[in-house]
Design a protein around this ligand. Structure first.
Ligand code: ZN
Length: 357
């Protein structure tokens, strides 16, 4: 047996395989397996045309924010039947985006990306959490949580190293209510060629806080919230709470107590602890209305180059469902004025989520 003396990463990689292959149109696909011993070498046999993403970045001169034009996405796959699902493994002569007959976690470049191509740059990846079409993140077993976290960490670190990446955004949209076009359990990763507006604004606030108080804004928030009535759940090293000024009916932020700027800084056992708490929060969302909650979840992490020390890792998840059969819409005040009106007190939302266990 080979003994690695180069630290945890090498041991981790040895125990848990990672296989990079190329799809028929030269996109990269990476398999992350729960354990060694799986053959992921099946070739992609589809006659795919060459891919030419042509996204264009335009700067809104009024708001000073980037808008991405991705007109080539209009023809993307929309709510296909399960027999046509592009995220299920390839089997019985049917060829999906994933050539292997089975997989644990697979991440690949999106065939219909929002970003990418000259001159805009950037990259969009899809992350499939399981080969089981009818599962969801909240149903994943412990071993799979570790593998998904390892995939997210690997992608964050590698995409941050690309010269055209300014910000890596890991996220999941679930539910037709919020516009998901594929049912198969999956998330996405955008490597933006710019720091997106909300993140830039948060970093600006963090810079101000550091100048005035000499400390991390997010560490201060976590210290104030860890004993407050808005806590939903906690573990040894992480806390999940409803923010004091939550915008959405049910919104939870999960933070590490220690100052960590992104997934690559977490130890593998910390990563796992974070995933278990995240899964716990998602299960509570589903129990709120005794039905799978539509939700949006995303990671906030440090930008690739700008002010890396100002950021503080968090997972933020919210559902737009405010009551059974009722959704919160972004109407004039939210969309036009940028002022959110919330129908539910964060303290009440936290209490309901605490009870939904
Ligand atoms: Zn599927």
């Amino acid at each position: 047996m080979t003994v690695f003396d180069t630290g945890d990463e090498a041991l981790d990689a040895q125990d848990s395989p990672r296989t990079s292959v190329r799809l028929a149109d030269d996109r990269e696909l990476i398999y992350f397996d729960d354990e060694p011993g799986h053959d992921r070498s099946a070739p992609d046999r589809r006659p795919l045309p060459p891919r030419r993403p042509r996204s264009e970045l335009r700067l809104d001169p009024v708001m000073g924010e980037w808008v991405v034009m991705a007109a080539h996405r209009q023809d993307r796959t929309h709510l296909p039947a399960q027999s046509e699902c592009p995220l299920c493994p390839s089997a019985d002569g049917r060829h999906s985006e994933i050539p292997a007959a089975d997989y644990h976690v697979a991440t690949f470049e999106n065939r219909f990306p929002s970003l990418g191509g000259p001159p805009a740059g950037g990259r969009c990846e899809v992350v499939c959490f399981t080969s089981d079409h009818d599962s969801s993140f909240s149903l994943l077993p412990d071993r799979r949580l570790e593998t998904v976290a390892r995939a997210w960490t690997d992608r964050t670190a590698e995409l941050n190293r690309r010269p055209d990446t300014e910000y890596v955004f890991v996220f999941e949209n679930r539910g037709v209510e919020i516009g998901t076009t594929l049912h198969h359990p999956h998330g996405q990763i955008y490597a933006y060629p710019f720091v997106p507006a909300r993140t830039a604004r948060a970093l600006e606030m963090a810079r101000g806080h550091r100048a005035e108080q000499g400390s991390c804004l997010f560490c201060s928030i976590v210290a104030a919230e860890r004993a407050a009535e808005r806590v939903v759940a906690r573990s040894d090293r992480f806390v999940a709470f409803v923010p004091a000024a939550a915008r959405w009916p049910y919104e939870v932020h999960i933070y590490p107590y220690r100052h960590v700027t992104g997934l690559p800084e977490l130890e593998p056992d910390e990563r796992f602890e974070l995933m278990v708490l995240y899964r716990d929060v998602l299960r509570r969302f589903d129990r709120l209305f005794d039905a799978p909650a539509p939700y949006i979840a995303h990671f906030q992490q440090a930008p690739a180059r700008t002010d890396p020390g100002l950021a503080h890792l968090s997972i933020r998840v919210f559902t737009p469902r405010r009551a059974e059969g009722k959704l919160k819409y972004l109407a004039a005040s939210e969309s036009g004025a940028g002022a959110f009106i919330s129908d539910i007190l964060p303290e009440d939302a936290a209490r309901r989520l605490r009870e939904a266990r």
